[in-house]
Design a protein around this ligand. Structure first.
Ligand SMILES: O=P(O)(O)OC[C@@]1(O)O[C@H](CO)[C@@H](O)[C@@H]1O
Length: 307
């Protein structure tokens, strides 16, 4: 069974508005409030593909209750650890030309909350693969992520990491099954600006040298991605444009779709990349995750080749 960990979930407020003007109020055209967070998005996307997972995370206050209720209402399994404070609200604005995001820090995590989570990891009978995604709540212990990985690996589980902090670089030494950086994160963590296939080759090699088994490198609005298993590299590109509404959850759903096809069939890279790119593109065309209505059609319009 897939487990996802969202240590710092959020209610996302997605606003469509006119251009922002300094020192003036603007009235928005629409606003929506959705239960999110990177790991939760992976669980939601898996559910849309008919696959169950268990969503783990720290939740607090009225917003935390909303996120947990919405998670369960969507049919996902959820084992929350309740902490004090209030789960954050992140705000995303689209003025028709640009996207803006304000990401809040989240509640304070205590050692007691961390221990509760470790206990869940130690006692689950069906933990096969743990997907750890997103930022951490304030005051998380310095070794919190190391501990999470250790508890999961001690149970024989695979670990997938989608983290933007430099902690990712140290965690590479724990040989995670897969990491999913985007090109910005790859530049920050491994110091390589990716403009060409050769740049990608160099960056992917550095990730493998650091200990990672497999890398899915997404290229954001360029509509392309690379996957490397340490022996071969694949490059995927979509041949269609999308009408961008919000790119916010696209990366998480890209990861979910990739895992869905690839986790139990490691030779199936081509199909996995097609589904991943198609899903990410379709998600960016709506607020939140959307309805995945164009995923099948878009999958046929992604080409994948080995470098
Ligand atoms: O602050 P983090 O945890 O890095 O990112 C949080 C977040 O931006 O990630 C999701 C999209 O990937 C959003 O639903 C959520 O607001």
């Amino acid at each position: 069974m897939f487990y996802t960990l969202t240590a710092n979930p959020a209610v996302d407020m997605t606003v469509s508005c006119p251009s922002l003007i300094p020192n003036e109020n603007v009235r928005s055209m629409s606003a929506s409030y959705t239960a999110n967070g990177k790991g939760l998005d992976v669980s939601f996307a898996l559910k849309k593909f008919g696959v169950d997972s268990v969503a783990l995370g720290f939740f607090a206050g009225f917003t935390g209750k909303y996120v947990v209720d919405e998670t369960m209402n969507s049919g996902c399994l959820c084992r929350p650890v309740w902490i004090d404070g209030v789960t954050r609200i992140n705000s995303y604005f689209n003025d028709g030309e640009n996207e803006y995001g304000i990401l809040n820090p989240g509640p304070v995590l205590t050692p007691q909350g961390e221990q509760e989570l470790y206990k869940i990891l130690d006692t689950t009978g069906d933990l096969e693969c743990l997907i750890v995604s997103g930022s951490l709540p304030r005051k998380a212990s310095k070794d919190f992520l190391d501990q999470v990985v250790k508890h999961a690996q001690d149970r024989g589980a695979d670990v997938v990491l989608d983290l933007s902090s430099d902690k990712l670089k140290t965690l590479c030494a724990t040989h995670p099954l897969l990491i999913k950086p985007n090109h910005h994160e790859m530049r920050e963590i491994f110091g390589v600006q990716i403009d060409t296939d050769d740049d990608a080759r160099r960056a992917l090699a550095l990730a493998h040298e650091a200990g990672v088994q497999n890398v899915l490198l997404t290229m954001g609005s360029r509509g392309s991605a690379y996957f490397s298993n340490g022996e071969d590299i694949w490059y995927a590109k979509r041949d269609f444009n999308i009408k961008l509404v919000s790119s916010v959850c696209a990366g998480d759903c890209t990861l979910a779709a990739f895992l869905l096809k690839w986790y139990h069939d490691r030779d199936n890279v081509e199909e996995a990349m097609k589904l991943a790119m198609a899903t990410g593109a379709n998600v960016a065309e709506s607020v939140g995750l959307g309805d995945f209505a164009h995923v099948d059609e878009y999958s046929k319009r992604v080409t994948v080749r080995k470098l």
